[in-house]
Design a protein. Structure first.
Length: 338
C-alpha cells in the first residue's frame, strides 16, 4: 500500500527541518552494539511494518555504499568507475518491528545509448515503479543535470526521501538552507535526511525516518535474510569489482564477468569464471605483464569471497574477447542483464 507524500513545506518548516537534522547529525557517532541490539531485541508489542525502498541517484553518488551500510554487510560492489552497479540488488534489514527491503539500482545513464545502458535504465525504471518509498541520493549541497534527469523519473504518488549523502564533507553548512529550499521546489520530498553512510548514528536515524513511511504488514522475508541474490551472482559481482578497481579508467566499463562453473564440495567452493572484454587490447590490460594483473584480480576476489562465505574458495579466471557485446541486445541478455 502506497502512502501519499507530504505536501511541500513552507520556508519556516524547511528551516526547522534543516535545524533538526543538523542537530541530530552533528552529534558524535554511537557505537554499533546499540544498533545491533535494536535488531536482535524487537518490541513484541509494536506493530510490524515492512516494504520496499528503492535507492536511486546518478552514477557514483554513493548508492551502493549506502545500501551496504544499511544492510550491515557488503552485498553490492563499489568502485569509482561509473555504472559499477548493473543489476537490481535487493538487501534486507530487520530493525525492531520493521523490515526494510532495500533495492539498489544502477545510476541512470544519459550519455550513451547502447544495449547495455538501455538495459540498466530499464532496471532503474522498474525499481521505482512499485515500491513503498524512494530514496533519492544526492551529494549534499549539489544538484546538476544528471541529478535532474533522475529526479524526473520519480513517481509523484510515492514518498520520496531526499538523502544528502557525504554530509560530513560539507564545510559551510549554513548554505544548506537555501539549497534545501531549492530542492523542495523541484519535488515535494517527504523528508530531508543529511547523512554519511560511515556514521552509525546517521544510519539508525535513517531507519527511524524511513520506517514511518512503510505500511503496517507482516515481514516479507525471514528476519536474518540479507539478500535475494545467489552465491553464484555474488561471485561474479566480486570479481567484477576487483576488475574495475584494479584496472582503473583505462579499461572501459563494458567488461563483464560470466560464471562458468560453481561447485560446492563441503567447506570448499570451486569457481571458474570468464572476464569478457570487447577488444584484444582490453584483454592485455586485464591480464597484465606476465599475468600479474589477472592474478591479483583473482586473489583479491577470492579473499573477499572467503570472508563473505566463511569458507575456502578455489577461483580460476579466464579472459575472452567478445567484440561489440555491449551493443548486442541478445548477448546482453545472455550475460544476465534485463
Amino acid at each position: 500500500m502506497k502512502k501519499n507524500p507530504t505536501p511541500a513545506q513552507s520556508a519556516a518548516d524547511l528551516d526547522a527541518m534543516l535545524a533538526g537534522a543538523l542537530g541530530k547529525t552533528t552529534a558524535a557517532p554511537e557505537d554499533t552494539p546499540q544498533a545491533e541490539a535494536a535488531d536482535t531485541h524487537p518490541d513484541a508489542s509494536a506493530a510490524r511494518r515492512s516494504g520496499y525502498v528503492a535507492i536511486v541517484g546518478k552514477p557514483n553518488v554513493g548508492k551502493s555504499t549506502l545500501l551496504n551500510a544499511l544492510v550491515g554487510q557488503k552485498i553490492s560492489i563499489t568502485s569509482r568507475k561509473a555504472q559499477t552497479t548493473r543489476h537490481r540488488i535487493t538487501g534486507m534489514r530487520t530493525v525492531g518491528a520493521t523490515q526494510f527491503v532495500f533495492v539498489d539500482t544502477p545510476g541512470f545513464q544519459t550519455r550513451h545509448g547502447n544495449a547495455l545502458n538501455r538495459s540498466l535504465n530499464k532496471t532503474v525504471l522498474g525499481a521505482v515503479s512499485d515500491v513503498d518509498v524512494v530514496v533519492f541520493v544526492v551529494e549534499a549541497g549539489h544538484f546538476n543535470l544528471a541529478d535532474a534527469k533522475v529526479l524526473d523519473l520519480l513517481p509523484r504518488d510515492v514518498p520520496v526521501l531526499l538523502v544528502a549523502n557525504k554530509f560530513d564533507l560539507v564545510h559551510r553548512r549554513a548554505e544548506l538552507a537555501p539549497w534545501l529550499r531549492s530542492m523542495q521546489e523541484r519535488h515535494p520530498f517527504a523528508e530531508f535526511v543529511p547523512m554519511s553512510a560511515k556514521n552509525p548514528r546517521d544510519i539508525q536515524r535513517f531507519f527511524a525516518i524511513c520506517a514511518q513511511h512503510l505500511p503496517e504488514q507482516d515481514w516479507l522475508f525471514d528476519a536474518d535474510t540479507l539478500t535475494d541474490k545467489s552465491e553464484r551472482f555474488m561471485a561474479a559481482e566480486m570479481i567484477r569489482e576487483k576488475l574495475f578497481r584494479l584496472t582503473g579508467d583505462e579499461l572501459p566499463y563494458t567488461s563483464t564477468v560470466v560464471i562458468d562453473l560453481f561447485v560446492e564440495e563441503g567447506r570448499l567452493k570451486r569457481i571458474a569464471a570468464t572476464i569478457v572484454v570487447e577488444r584484444d587490447g582490453h584483454k592485455g590490460m586485464v591480464i597484465g605483464d606476465k599475468g600479474e594483473k589477472l592474478k591479483r584480480i583473482g586473489t583479491e576476489a577470492r579473499q573477499e569471497l572467503e570472508k563473505l562465505w566463511d569458507c575456502k574458495v578455489f577461483l580460476e579466471l579466464w579472459v575472452k574477447v567478445k567484440s561489440g557485446w555491449a551493443d548486442d541486445e541478445a548477448r546482453v541478455r545472455s550475460f544476465g542483464y534485463e
